[in-house]
Ligand binder design. Sequence first.
Ligand code: PMP
Length: 361
Amino acid sequence: MAAMRVHNFGAGPCALPLAVLEEVGDEFPEYGDTGMTVVEMSHRSADYQAIHDETMATARRVSGAPEDFAILLLGGGATLQFAMAPLNLLAPGERAGHVLSGSWAKSAYADAAALGVGYVAWDGANADYTTMPGPGEVTIEDGTRYLHVTSNETIGGIRMVDLPDVEVPLVADMSSEYLARPIHWSRYDLVYGGVQKNLAPAGMALVFVRRSALADTSHLGTYLRYRTHIEGDSLANTPPMFQTWVMGKVLAHLESHGGVAGLEQRSAEKSALVYAAIDSSEGFYRSPVDPAFRSHTNVVWRLPDEDLEKRFVAEATAAGMIGLKGHRRVGGIRASLYAATDISSVEVLVAFMATFAAARG
Ligand code: PMP
C-alpha cells in the first residue's frame, strides 16, 4: 500500500525522502543476507563497516570537504557541539567570538560563556534578531581563536548571506540548512550540524573539523575529544548505527538530485513561493525579518492577530499540512522547507494561504 504522507513543514525532525524511507523499510527486516536488521548487528562487523564507510565516502563527496577535514558522526546532536567546539579548538588563554543572530546562536554562546571563553562579537538584540551582521560590524578582540556563526537561524528565520569579513577562522552551526549551500572550506576550522533536518533521523551531528586546528585536549573526557573520534573513525564507541545507515542513503539521494547546488536551488525556489505569498497578501501576512536575510529553509510570518494564527494552523492541519506553528519562544507561523519537502507541498501551502487570506483579509 502506498504511504499516506502529510505535507510536513516541521522544523526538525521533518520529512525524509520517501524513496529512502521505502528502501529502509524494505531492507530493515533483514539487511542483505545477514539474518538480522542493521540495528542488531555488531558495529565491529564487516557488514556494518561497509555501511559506515559508504556513508563517510558519500558525505565527503557531497560536501566537497577536503582531506584536511576529518568527518565525524557524533551522538548528542548539534547541542553537544556547542561545548565540544570550544573545548577542542581553544588553547589556554584563547577565546571565541560569537555572532548572536538568534536563539540558536545564543545557545552556542551560552556554552562558550559557561566555559569562560566566549565573548559577543556582534549582537542582533537591537533589531530583535531579525537581521544578520553587515560588512565591518563584527568586532574581533585580541586572543580570538575563531568566530562562531549560525548560518541559518531556525527559529528567527534568517540566514547569513555573506560570511563575516574577519581574519580569524570560522566555526559554523549549519544545522537548519545543512548541505543546502556550498561550504567555503578555506574559511572554516569547524562546521557542524544536527542531521535531523536535511539528512537523517535525529540524535546525531555531522561534524567537519580541520585536523590541524585541534588544541591539546588530553585533559578532556574520552568522548569529548574530537581526537578520539578522528583516531577511531567515528567508531571509537558504539555509534548511532541507524542514523548513519539512513544518512548514507539520504546523501546518495541528494547526490543523485544535483547535490548541494541542486538543493540550494530548490530551497531558493520553494522559499520564494512562500515569500511571494506573504508579499502579495496586502499586509495580511507579514514577514518580521530583514528582507535581505530571509531564510531559504525556515520561513516565518505573522497574521493580524494570534487568534487568526491559531485558526490558520488548525485549518492547515485539517488540510494535511503539519508543523506550521511558530516556535514557542516567538509564536507566529513557520514553514520549514527542508530537503525532502517537495515543491508540490509548498504549492499546496501557498494556495491555502491565498484562500485563507481571501476569506479573512
Ligand atoms: N542549532 C540549530 C541551528 C538548530 O536548529 C538546532 C535544532 N533545531 C540545534 C542547533 C540543536 O540541535 P540538536 O537538537 O540536534 O541538539
